[in-house]
Design a protein around this ligand. Structure first.
Ligand code: EPU
Length: 418
C-alpha cells in the first residue's frame, strides 16, 4: 500500500501540464484489438489503470510496445480469445470494454464483473441489453459473464440512462456488426467523441458521437492508424481547483476549456480568479470564495467525478455550499475524511452540505476512491501541519505523476510505499 504525506499550508506557484485522458485511454486500448493491423496511441497517461489494461492485452497474446513518452503500439493480429480471469477483470472498471471489443472481434467473451472505485452499485445491465439487441446471448453465472453470438446485426438501441460505459461498449460491439446500429440517448462525453474519432481513423463509420444519437454502420476491416488521446478534463479541473485553493499563480496547460465549461462556470460563480487563454488556464487563490450549489449531471453538466474535489474547495467558501449527487449512491465517503481535518459537513442520502470557511488541520485520512483521494490532496495542501493519506494507490490510478507535478509547483509532498 502507498501513502501520500503532505506538509500543507504553503502558497504554491508554477505551471502544470495536463496528461492524456484516463477515461479516454482506457476505452481506446481495448478498442485497439478491433484493428486488423498495428495501431499506435499517443499521449497515453502513465497510470496504473493503463498498466492493468496492458497486462490483459499481453495475456491475450497481443504484442504491446509502450514508451516512456506515452506512446503505445498494439498489434493484436494474433490474439487468442481466452477467458479474462477474475483478478484481471476486477483490477479496474474499464476491463469491461474487452466485452464489447472481443465480442465485436471474436463473437465470444468470457469475463467477470469489472472492478473500479466503490462509489455505488454500478450495474452493467445496459451494456448487456445492448449486446443482446445486436444478437448476442448473455449467460451470467454469479459474477461471470459468457457472451456469444453467431453473428452481430445492427439494431436501434435506446439507453434508459446515458451511460458512458454502455455507449462505448455498444459502439465497440457494433463497429464490425452487419448493418447499421443506432444508439439513442447515448452519452455525449468527450471521451466518446475521442473513441469514435479513433475508430473512424481506422475506417469505422461512426457518426453523431457527442450527440445523443450515434449511428454506426458496420465495416469488415479496420486499418492501422495513429491517434492522440485528448487531454484529461477531470485532471485539468482538479489542478484548477488546486490553483484556486493554494496557488499564488498556477498556469494549467494543455486544456480543452470547452470540455470543462460547467466546472469553470461553477468556479467563477464561487468567485475564483481564473483566465482562459487558448489551451491554458491561469488561476490564483487571491479571491475570497463564495458558497455554491452543485448538482452532478451527465456531460455537459457538472461531472460527478469533480464533486468530491470541489467539496474540498467548498470548505474555504463562506456559508453553506450544497452538493446533490445524481449518478452514484455512495460518493460522499470523502466528506467523513474531510471532517477529520476540521470540515463541517452533513450527508443526507444523495445530498450533502459543507459549511465554511474552516481552517483545515492535517491528520491521518484515507482515500476511499480515486476522486475522494484527489479531494484529500487539495485538503492536505490547504491544511496546516502534516496530512497522511492512506490508500494513495487509488489516486495513482488516475493522476499521472501527481507527486512530481505538485513538487514542481512547490508542494511538500511525498509518496511512501509501506
Ligand atoms: N448505469 C446503470 N446501468 C448500466 C450502466 C450504468 O444503471 O448498465 C448507471 C450507473 O450505475 C450510474 C450511471 O448509470 O449511476 C452512469 O454510469 P456510467 O455508465 O455513465 O459510468 P461508467 O461508464 O461506469 C464512467 C467513468 C467514471 C465516471 C462516469 C460518469 C470510466 C472508466 N469511468 O463510468 O469515472 O464517473 O463515467 O461520468 O470511464 C472516475 O474517473 O473517477 C470515474 C468513476
Amino acid at each position: 500500500m502507498k501513502i501520500l504525506k503532505i506538509n500543507g499550508g504553503k502558497q504554491l506557484e508554477g505551471t502544470v501540464s495536463i496528461s492524456g485522458s484516463k477515461n479516454s485511454a482506457v476505452a481506446l486500448i481495448p478498442a485497439a484489438i478491433l484493428c486488423d493491423e498495428n495501431v499506435t496511441i499517443t499521449n497515453v497517461p502513465n497510470i496504473s489503470d493503463i498498466d492493468a489494461l496492458e497486462d490483459i492485452l499481453e495475456y491475450l497474446g497481443a504484442k504491446v510496445k509502450r514508451t516512456d513518452n506515452g506512446e503505445i503500439s498494439i498489434d493484436s493480429c494474433n490474439i487468442e480469445n481466452k477467458p479474462i480471469p477474475e483478478d484481471a477483470s476486477k483490477r479496474l472498471r474499464a476491463s469491461y470494454y474487452f466485452m464489447g471489443a472481443l465480442l465485436g472481434r471474436h463473437k465470444k467473451i468470457e469475463m467477470y464483473f469489472p472492478g473500479g472505485c466503490t462509489i455505488g452499485a454500478r450495474p452493467i445491465d445496459l451494456h448487456l441489453k445492448g449486446f443482446e439487441a445486436l444478437g448476442a446471448k448473455v449467460v451470467q453465472d454469479n459474477n461471470k459473464y459468457t457472451i456469444t453470438a453467431d453473428e452481430l446485426v445492427g439494431n436501434s438501441i435506446y439507453l434508459d440512462i446515458s451511460s458512458v460505459g454502455a455507449t462505448i461498449n455498444i459502439i465497440l460491439a457494433a463497429v464490425k456488426a452487419k448493418g447499421t446500429t443506432i444508439i439513442e440517448n447515448a452519452a455525449k462525453e468527450p471521451e466518446i467523441v475521442d473513441l469514435a474519432s479513433f475508430l473512424n481513423s481506422m475506417g469505422a463509420k461512426i457518426s453523431g458521437a457527442g450527440t445523443s444519437n450515434i449511428k454506426i454502420r458496420g465495416v469488415s476491416y479496420l486499418k492501422s492508424c495513429i491517434h492522440e488521446v485528448i487531454p484529461d478534463r477531470i485532471e485539468a479541473a482538479t489542478y484548477i481547483m488546486i490553483g484556486a485553493a493554494v496557488c499564488k499563480k498556477l498556469t494549467v496547460e494543455n486544456v480543452i476549456p470547452e470540455h470543462i465549461y460547467a466546472p469553470l462556470q461553477k468556479l467563477l460563480e464561487m468567485g475564483v480568479d481564473l483566465h482562459i487563454d487558448g489551451d491554458k488556464i491561469e488561476v490564483t487563490n487571491k479571491n475570497k470564495l463564495r458558497k455554491v450549489n452543485v448538482r452532478t449531471q451527465v456531460y455537459p453538466g457538472f461531472p460527478t467525478d469533480l464533486q468530491q474535489i470541489i467539496a474540498s474547495l467548498m470548505t474555504q467558501a463562506e456559508g453553506e455550499s450544497k452538493i446533490h449527487e445524481t449518478l452514484y449512491e455512495n460518493r460522499f465517503l470523502n466528506l467523513y475524511q474531510l471532517c477529520k481535518m476540521g470540515a463541517i459537513s452533513k450527508v443526507e442520502g444523495n445530498k450533502a452540505t459543507i459549511r465554511g470557511k474552516t481552517n483545515l488541520v492535517g491528520t491521518d485520512v484515507s482515500a476511499t476512491d480515486l476522486r475522494a483521494g484527489a479531494g484529500l490532496v487539495i485538503a492536505g495542501l490547504l491544511a496546516s501541519g502534516t496530512t497522511t493519506i492512506s490508500g494513495a494507490d487509488y489516486i495513482l490510478r488516475g493522476y499521472e505523476n501527481i507527486v512530481e507535478k505538485l513538487k514542481k509547483i512547490g508542494a511538500k509532498i511525498e509518496l511512501i510505499q509501506i
